[in-house]
Ligand binder design. Sequence first.
Ligand code: DC
Length: 244
Amino acid sequence: MSGSSLTDDGSFMTRVVTIDGPAGAGKSTVARRLADRLGWRFLDTGALYRVVTLAALRRGVDLTSEAALGELVATLTVSLPPGGVFLDGQDVTQAIRTVEVTRSSRFVADSPSVRRRLNNWQRAFAADHDIVTEGRDQGTLVFPDAFRKYYLTASAEERARRRLAEYQARGESVSFEAVLRDHQERDARDAARALAPMKPADDATIIETTGSTIDQVVARLAEDIQRHLEQSSWGVEGARRLTS
Ligand code: DC
């Protein structure tokens, strides 16, 4: 349990940095790069919702049935080795990124039983590792006591441009207008839903990334984390790693 800290009651605590925000804000890339820099694990919670969605589509599960989604999620074996996503032993790293999975994921994200199970899974992941995690509800609901919390935003147009480039790199043909419309609909739904709405935690730092490169955003967060590591009871070990 290297890098973890012994608490007053003798238990170990791992460190969690949360990065929440809307689709296309750069959360995944930034979180992955930060985790690499810190030597911590990266947790992509969107990938978990996508895996459940993919499984539902493949098995013909009714996405509108809460009972069916609850049963489905209880049967899945998901693993997240660094850089990959496996469903029941099969590599689905690319398969979960299609436009179809993205569009259908909202049903799964709205399901209380799916959210409950995935929240438990996310907390279990953090029990073993120091992590940088990204999603919509990480700072608000899943890790309210996180070490540092960030909320990444960017203009709707910039986010759509970034996501379009990802689709194109994978050979999927979709228009800029369609991605922009999808994002606007998804953002509105994610922010308005009663269950785990997408919003910054009260103690999150808002990071506006329009016009910034990924390198600039990572550097800004790394500097902020370094400052807080140095000031905190976690000691300087993590901070040293960031600057090395
Ligand atoms: O970030 P993403 O596009 O990979 O997210 C996929 C879906 O999962 C999307 O519908 C939002 C949802 N999601 C969520 O509800 N809560 C999270 N913590 C992460 C993702």
